[in-house]
Design a protein around this ligand. Sequence first.
Ligand code: PLP
Length: 452
Amino acid sequence: PYVPQPDPVRGAAVKAADRAHVFHSWSAQELIDPLAVAGARGSYFWDYEGRRYLDFTSGLVFTNIGYQHPKVVAAIQEQAASLTTFAPAFAIEARSEAARRIAERTPGDLDKIFFTNGGAEAVENAVRMARVHTKRPKVLSAYRSYHGATAAAINLTGDPRRWANDQGSAGTVHFWAPFLYRTAFYAANEAEECERALQHLADTIAYEGPSTIAAIVLESVPGTAGIMVPPVGYLRGVRELCDQYGIVFVLDEVMAGFGRTGRWFAAEHFDVVPDLLTFAKGVNSGYVPLGGVAIGGRIADTFARTPYPGGLTYSGHPLACAAAVATIDVMEEEGIVEGAERLGREVVEPALRDLAARHPSVGEVRGLGMFWALELVRDRETREPLTPYNASGEAAAPMAAFAAEAKKHGLWPFVNMNRTHVVPPLNVTEAELKEGFAALDAALGVADGFVG
Ligand code: PLP
């Protein structure tokens, strides 16, 4: 098996150059201490000291088939050898094959694919398509959401990272989406939460003026903000409101798409077809940057004889598309989507419920497929978060102690605010999961120390 040779001297050099010259995302540059990574395979990565970590984060929830899958690596190498790059205006086999595979798996009539380099650009372009299609200015999105860090995407984002970036962009309106555990509607159960959230959205539309609204942008299952599976009927209700007022429904599946929820797209769980669907991350397991917008018939028609006013130099880059073709084929051949559904239901959910039963710091377990969150609290009754929310979104002492303990046990956990998300590669093995849960058990023991 693959194990990189420990090489602390090289690790120190990598780290020194990083600290001198790499400017990291979302960070105060002098307050961070990035781990130098020597290599990765499957569900694991190694540091230069020879320590191994089980990756319960899938990078940033993108390595859906794990690190260095040999078939995808080979496909990238073959594409590099034959045609590394080519401008977007040409028909290139890797690009057309990737588009065909994606269109075949997206729901309904989402049959045309506009390629971008990542999720935020996908959201930007979906918003542009909706505005041109409807000739309307406003876009509605939810609090407790993440849509990316470019101009329109960060303004749609409903988390504190927006505040410092907000241009006060005209035409972005936020509303509350359903989330029973921290209900904005004083609802007592999922049905009530769903009904009141839909009424609130209908009211928001009415007061903003239906004829001024181009799009409603929603994550199918909001991910970064806490993996909040919407109640049955919510997304269908949003679809009906969009139909009623001629509003474009943009479903952001950048994180939830490509198998993460145990379906190719989470839209399938809710029996809903948006007008535009954004994707990235899992489309090629993040091996080469790629994202895109899957476009439904009505919007495709708008641009059938009128030029689309947008484009990117690297739209549909052959290396990224070759990686997507190989990734989708691997997912099909290895039954990875069905596997994620089964492992999630039979192994992950019972294990997390067992941890919750034994650890008073766990306030709620929620998720589906290979997409789970544990919400950590000081008090189960009041639901006070283990880490108080703060403007910079930094994890304060209790969450840092939780993460440090997990790492000591060989687990790299996803931590955001007062939550840990369990989002391993979709093809993680049962044995690897058990190892991860044992480490989580120890780390939650540390979190329990902050309860009360
Ligand atoms: N939309 C969603 C739902 C996401 O989760 C993310 C990233 O986490 C984005 C958009 C932005 O994607 P990117 O970071 O590739 O620009």
